[in-house]
Design a protein. Structure first.
Length: 263
């Protein structure tokens, strides 16, 4: 019986290894880059929780995430500087903060199927609440770090421009229009008036940003609809509106035969 159990575990491990290899092959195709050092791609798609199992060896994406975050910041800053030649530092900083935000990066990550390639531990709570969004965004930065190390700055830049900066930033970011889109959606639903309530704050949940000054909640008919944090009241209101739009889009998607609004 003991030998049979070992054989079963061995076969199961081989099957998982084959699935893992297939997913990494597909991911390379999506990234449009064949890694010279395939181990980098493996690290970029390994969550720290996976290594808690004593049978698993290797390194998680945390160090690559650190590197990828810096590469992403530089490339996004350069792109914004060229795209908005008349913009002042404040506007550029806010737009960059949106593009490198967890919400925006998670959407880009989900669009390419990256979270499904990340190996995690057995704790189901990892994907609860905003857990999947965090894994999606963090692993994307890990992949950027891996691309930079394996292919250089040019490879990383082309990937970021193609997979992140090519997205509809004005729509998704709502840099100027998030509150307007939310108001339009509420009007379409025939609901009441939105109210934004802003208060002082020093930190935001799940964020290590040191420049958080305000927290905002958007309310509808006596119920909180979304929350956001930011350096300014305007940024906090924008983030609250985006959070509310995310929640409403999720409700719409769950209704059979109804497509989410994209106003």
């Amino acid at each position: 019986m003991r030998l049979r159990g070992r054989i079963r575990r061995l076969l199961g491990g081989l099957a998982r290894s084959k699935r893992r290899e297939d997913r990494l092959n597909l991911l390379e195709h999506v990234l449009d880059h064949e890694f010279r050092d395939r181990e980098l791609l493996g690290r970029a798609t390994t969550h720290p929780s996976f290594l808690l199992n004593s049978d698993n060896r290797g390194e998680s994406y945390e160090r690559l995430e650190f590197l990828g975050d810096s590469v992403l910041n530089l490339i996004v800053s350069e792109w914004l500087f060229a795209r908005y030649p008349e913009a002042q530092e404040g506007m550029l900083s806010q737009q960059r903060a949106h593009i490198i935000s967890r919400r925006f990066l998670a959407r880009a990550s989900e669009a390419m199927g990256l979270p499904d390639c990340v190996q995690t531990g057995d704790d189901q709570n990892l994907l609860a609440g905003g857990g999947r969004r965090k894994i999606a965004a963090d692993s994307l930065e890990g992949v950027i770090g891996a691309l930079y190390l394996d292919g250089g700055f040019g490879v990383a830049k082309r990937f970021i421009e193609r997979s992140i900066l090519s997205r509809d930033i004005e729509f998704e970011g709502g840099f100027h229009t998030a509150k307007n889109r939310l108001q339009e959606m509420i009007h379409e639903l025939g609901r009441g008036q939105l109210t934004y309530r802003t208060s002082r704050a020093q930190t935001a949940p799940g964020s290590d940003r040191a420049d958080i000054n305000f927290r905002c909640q958007v309310w509808l008919e006596g119920e909180p609809l979304g929350s956001g944090w930011g350096r300014t009241k305007k940024e906090a209101e924008k983030e609250a509106a985006l959070d509310a739009l995310d929640r409403l889009a999720g409700v719409e998607a769950s209704v059979p035969g109804r497509r989410p609004s994209r106003s």
